[in-house]
Design a protein around this ligand. Structure first.
Ligand code: CA
Length: 479
């Protein structure tokens, strides 16, 4: 083998002499052994790129770049400042993507909840209307209302035959809107028996002392559940006052309803609605801009005038609705104002005006009374105080008050859903006493409660909602 290799090498050496472009080198390698190197030109390529030339350098640079990219993609650390920056960037991008995704999810959830809220509000409104409709209907007559083909014993009715005089009285009385068309509504005769039983049970509970009479002017016996009529449109209506004139003056009719949203530092807008239905629909027929701003929720209307306390003052103003001008103004002597003696909920409710069977009243307090409620009867024309009573009830310890038949009633809480009328003061006897008549704050922030003589109901403004309550009064006592 070695011999063969030697022969080949000798042959090649000889040929190298003959061919000047072939070359043989001999030398020692690192271990000291003899090393032969034989080169010969390529028969095809005229030249050969040098090792380590520009192209290889270019390849090396591209390879390095690829390594860096691979390292970045695999999350490795390239060690340089550029590597740190390019590592942070994907993390930010990922966080942004995550945030965008969460935002989209929340947006979807918000839309879903808004949809549900809308459905619930619609259902509540339907239920409210249904309740109101049922409340306004008289009870069905007994035998005459049942068609001959459907005798009472077959209709499922089990109502006992008591209270027939009350029933007949209710049957002949139109509902609160003066509309007696529901009396002819045959739907009553075929309504579900279970409801009729319930209705009969409710209407036939006797008054505690057996003297309940809605035409009288006795003590308050009970207050019904609140009936919702309208929700204010925006934050200005979180607090407010709404009222009717028991002795309306032309051009306004007896069904006219007035309303003031009282949030804000310059409350001047007085909205007028043709009737309760237009109020519920939110269509005012009149909007008046009062010449001087209103303080809080103590306003009332009477004999064609709006009575209110001027902002930041103890000045009472009588604003004539027909001429749209101030007809009288007078300071209520010594009355606290702008937060000096408010009701417990605050809201600058220092002076509370209202109207009942006996006329125009102001409920307030003075320094002399040391915060106790003072009641004054006012001359509705001149606003002069005709007579005053000083009670023992601290004004800021009660949520609100109202006067019915010359008797002041105080409400214990403005937020508790189930609270009570806790005190009654009779101006006729100048005597007061604790009472406990259940009262409901349905929306848990009652900012105005007053007697509405026009409908003989309570009107209230509970956390954006205009609500009314039926009242039951006892007969006037003989004393
Ligand atoms: Ca009041």
């Amino acid at each position: 083998m070695f011999l063969l290799l030697s022969m080949c090498m000798c042959g090649l050496l000889l040929r190298g002499d003959a061919q000047d472009r072939a070359a043989l080198w001999r030398g020692n390698d690192r271990s000291g052994r003899c090393q032969y190197t034989f080169t010969v030109p390529s028969p095809v390529e005229a030249s050969c790129p040098q090792t380590g030339g520009p192209e290889v350098e270019g390849l090396k640079a591209r390879l390095s770049l690829l390594e860096v990219l691979v390292s970045q993609l695999s999350g490795g650390d390239t060690g340089g400042p550029l590597g740190a920056g390019t590592r942070v960037q994907p993390e930010l991008q990922e966080a942004l993507n995550r945030a965008m995704g969460e935002r989209n999810l929340l947006q979807g959830e918000k839309e879903r909840l808004e949809g549900e809220l809308e459905v619930l509000q619609r259902r509540m409104e339907e239920m409210r209307r249904e309740t109101e409709r049922l409340r306004n209907r008289p009870c069905p007559p007994q035998t005459p209302a049942v068609p001959p083909s459907q005798p009472l014993q077959n209709s499922g009715l089990t109502r006992p035959a008591v209270g027939s005089s009350l029933m007949s009285q209710l049957m002949t009385r139109p509902n609160s809107q003066g509309d007696s068309s529901s009396l002819r509504d045959s739907m009553w005769q075929y309504r579900s028996p279970s409801f009729q039983e319930l209705k009969a049970e409710v209407t036939e509970v006797p008054a505690p002392d057996g003297s309940e009479d809605n035409t009288g002017c006795g003590e308050l016996v009970s207050i019904g559940e609140p009936v919702t009529h309208r929700k204010a449109d925006n934050i200005e209506g979180k607090y407010g006052v709404w009222m009717q004139d028991p002795e309306a003056v032309s051009p306004y009719g007896p069904n006219m309803v007035w309303r003031i949203d009282t949030i804000g530092s310059d409350v001047r807008k007085l909205f007028g609605y043709e009737d309760m239905e237009q109020l519920s629909k939110g269509f005012p027929s009149k909007v008046l801009l009062l010449p001087e701003p209103v303080e809080s929720t103590g306003a009332t209307v009477y004999r064609g005038s709006l009575y209110y306390q001027r902002r930041r003052s103890r000045t009472l103003i009588r604003y004539d609705l027909a001429s749209e001008s101030v007809a009288a103004r007078r300071d209520l002597s010594h009355a606290g104002f702008h937060g000096q003696f408010p009701y417990s909920w605050g809201g600058y409710t220092d002076i509370d005006l209202s109207v009942d069977e006996r006329g125009l009243w102001a409920v307030y307090s003075t320094n002399k009374a040391k915060g106790a409620i003072v009641i004054s009867q006012l001359d509705p024309h001149s606003l002069e105080v005709k007579k005053s009573w000083e009670t023992n009830i601290r004004k800021n310890s009660v949520a609100n008050s109202f006067i019915v038949c010359g008797k002041l009633y105080t409400v214990a809480s403005y937020t508790a859903p189930d609270t009570i009328i806790n005190y009654m003061y009779d101006t006729e006897t100048s005597q007061g006493k604790p009472v406990a008549i259940p009262f409901r704050n349905k929306y848990r922030y009652n900012s105005m409660i007053d007697y509405n003589l026009a409908q003989r109901k309570l009107f209230a403004w509970d956390n954006y909602y205009m609500v009314s309550y039926d009242l039951r009064l006892g007969r006037q006592q003989a004393n």
